[in-house]
Design a protein around this ligand. Structure first.
Ligand SMILES: [Zn+2]
Length: 190
């Protein structure tokens, strides 16, 4: 009886553990590590006042380039993490064609970034949180797998999606609170 209970508990624990560790199909240990690194980069960007998004480009276990969103600091509308990382990877490899490369990015790429990934011939995209306002991979468009374009890549979405998404939610919540809390400008004295 006691042995039966123990076995039951063990099975139950295993089931819970599997659920907690559940990862999207096709995710490798390497993808998880790269996404964890992208998350750190995103967090650092948030601390600098940038929208917290991070990206890592890797091939055969080696990181070629990493970046975070730097739109505010660079005053560049194309300063999204993916574009910055692609530029760095192209510089390092000496060519724009990033065949065989994977990219891990904390947020679903926007149309600009998804287009840049197609143009760079990236082989795999691994992303964290979905973007309901600009997601161009699964949410609003499917640019990375559109057969009408001259390149398609494999896509794995939802890797570490909870921490990726909470990082963004917390950032925007804090920003809204700071705006509400900031003193309103005093009227000009005559
Ligand atoms: Zn983008």
């Amino acid at each position: 009886m006691r042995g039966g209970e123990q076995r039951h508990q063990l099975r139950w624990r295993r089931r819970v553990r599997r659920r907690i560790l559940a990862l999207p199909l096709g995710t490798t240990r390497e993808d998880q590590c790269m996404m964890a690194r992208a998350l750190t980069l995103a967090q650092e960007a948030g601390e600098r006042g940038e929208v917290p998004v991070g990206a890592v480009i890797y091939r055969e276990g080696v990181i070629l380039a990493e970046a975070s969103n730097d739109r505010e600091a660079s005053a560049d509308p194309t300063g999204h993490a993916e574009v910055v990382a692609l530029r760095r990877a192209a510089l390092i490899t000496g060519g724009w064609r990033l065949s065989g490369c994977s990219i891990a990015v904390t947020l679903e790429p926007c149309p600009m970034c998804a287009g840049a990934l197609v143009n760079a011939r990236v082989a795999r995209l691994v992303y964290g949180a979905r973007d309901p306002k600009a997601g161009a991979v699964d949410t609003l468009y499917d640019l990375c797998r559109d057969a009408r374009l001259n390149h398609q890549m494999s896509v794995i979405g939802g890797v570490l999606r909870h921490p990726c998404s909470s990082l963004l939610t917390d950032f925007f919540r804090a920003r809204r609170a700071a705006k509400r809390g900031s003193p309103s400008p005093k009227p000009a004295t005559p």
